[in-house]
Design a protein around this ligand. Structure first.
Ligand SMILES: Cc1ncc(COP(=O)(O)O)c(C=O)c1O
Length: 432
């Protein structure tokens, strides 16, 4: 199977040693299930690989946008990771979870004055400033609060990682950050160095997602280090931190490659050390911001089949009790997932169908051309694999569907409802 925490025993799919049919019976469907041991293992791999390759002051920052709830901050915090946060809501969640906010890096290209105030009051460790307006506002608000805020600047190295558009953020024409190529990044640096209340610590970039080879990160490290050397030459300022963003890929389907994370990080570090020495700059402390590769394979979603529709001569549909409300990624990006008939896992899969969600939207699919057993019918259990990233965090109440619960499978064999399922009362809570 595509991940080590999946197993088929007889007709049943097991996840993290648990029979998925039992989980569905206990908690209902749709159901997000998360495997704590896999989250922890993924955190440790980054932590250990980065320390080995870049030195003790390297730090992985979990990209909260991939999946955000209190218990997850407790888990990644206890593994020694920092966090990338993108909104006051994520900061608030981290704070309420007891996460060390000194280890958070606050992103976003649209921070409001209220966000800036809140983040400063909470003691967010670093801002990752995106633009001149933000820097100016941050400088003023920090001064009001009598603070000096550590800041990284988001710059775009002009690298096209050849992933699909929506997750491609390192190009010159990106909405994020300031391009190096046009001189905008240097201008933003000069501004940051001139403003009171701002302590510039370094630079950030993020070139894309679902990356499988080290080439993209090697090229971006290269461009970023050359920029750091240029800044040193022009401004006499030497960066002490370099954040290369997130983006390592995960296996959604069998044809996705297996990533050798440790080897990839080692190769990036090899170039990093060589380029720093070549340029005569002090090695900045390195940060990476993995999101998907921390949580994706730690999650799956369970659904019940509601109907099977055979449109003779055209196509087949299997409709389930969830869909784009709990997983909008097919609708947004045409993302591929592996689909398993979790209670018929020993049957041949020769029935090709589109796995459809229940929303009133033709584009509400979970998977096109899924292969399922021919006998599949109402009440059968479907598992969509590798849904730990960008599913719960991107979920919505479209069609007033309550969000499903998130059940965490603990390492000790217990289960913890990390997020309660929404009730109808939750749906109308804010209605006037
Ligand atoms: C700035 C930044 N950092 C980190 C990430 C996490 O990327 P991934 O989940 O692919 O590791 C993203 C994703 O969009 C991002 O925009």
């Amino acid at each position: 199977m595509i991940a080590a925490n999946l197993e088929i025993r007889g007709a049943d799919l097991y996840f993290a040693g648990r029979r998925t049919a039992d989980l569905a019976a206990r908690y209902g469907t749709p159901l997000y299930v998360m495997d704590e041991a896999t989250v922890r293992r993924n955190c440790r791999r980054y932590r250990d690989a980065m320390r080995a390759a870049f030195g003790e002051n390297a730090l992985p920052l979990y990209a909260s946008k991939a999946c955000c709830f209190k218990e997850l901050y407790r888990i990644v915090g206890s593994e020694g990771l920092g966090a990338d946060v993108v909104s006051s809501g994520e900061i608030y969640t981290a704070r309420e979870a007891g996460f060390d906010l000194a280890k958070t890096y606050f992103h976003s290209n649209g921070k409001t004055d209220d966000d800036i105030r809140f983040a400063l009051e909470c003691g967010v460790g670093h801002f990752v400033a995106d633009n001149a307006e933000e820097l100016t506002a941050l400088s003023q608000i920090a001064a009001e609060q009598g603070k000096t805020q550590a800041v990284l600047l988001r710059v775009t190295p002009g690298i096209d990682p050849h992933t699909y558009e929506a997750v491609n953020t390192g190009r010159v024409d990106s909405k994020f950050g300031a391009p190096i190529e046009t001189g905008a990044a240097m201008a933003l640096t000069k501004l940051a160095l001139s403003l009171p209340g701002i302590a510039l610590t370094g630079f950030h970039c993020h070139v894309g997602s679902q990356l499988f080879d080290s080439d993209v990160l090697i090229r971006s490290a290269d461009v970023m280090l050359r920029f750091i050397a240029d800044v040193k030459a022009v401004c006499g300022y030497e960066a002490s931190e370099l954040d290369l963003g997130g983006g390592y890929g995960v296996r959604y389907v069998e044809s996705d490659p297996v990533l050798d994370l440790e080897e990839n990080i080692r190769l990036v570090a090899q170039r990093f050390h060589a380029v720093c020495a070549d340029l005569g700059i002090a090695e900045p402390a390195v940060r990476l911001e993995p999101g998907r590769s921390i949580v994706a394979d730690a999650g799956l979603t369970l659904y019940r089949v509601q109907s099977v529709k055979r449109i003779e001569g055209y196509k087949n549909y299997v409709a389930v009790d969830g869909g784009m409300g709990d997983n909008p990624r097919y609708a947004l990006y045409r993302s591929l997932y592996t689909v398993v008939a979790a209670d018929r896992a020993d049957e041949p899969c020769d029935f090709v169908c589109d796995l459809a969600g229940r929303c009133c939207e033709s584009g509400d699919l979970l998977r096109r051309d899924a292969a399922l057993p021919a006998g599949i019918g109402r009440g059968d259990l479907i598992a969509v694999l590798t849904t730990g990233a960008y599913n719960y965090s991107m979920s919505s109440n479209y069609n007033r569907l309550p969000r499903p619960p998130v059940v965490l499978l603990r390492e000790d064999g217990s289960e913890f409802i990390a997020v309660k399922g929404e009730t109808f009362a939750d749906l109308i809570r804010n209605d006037g």
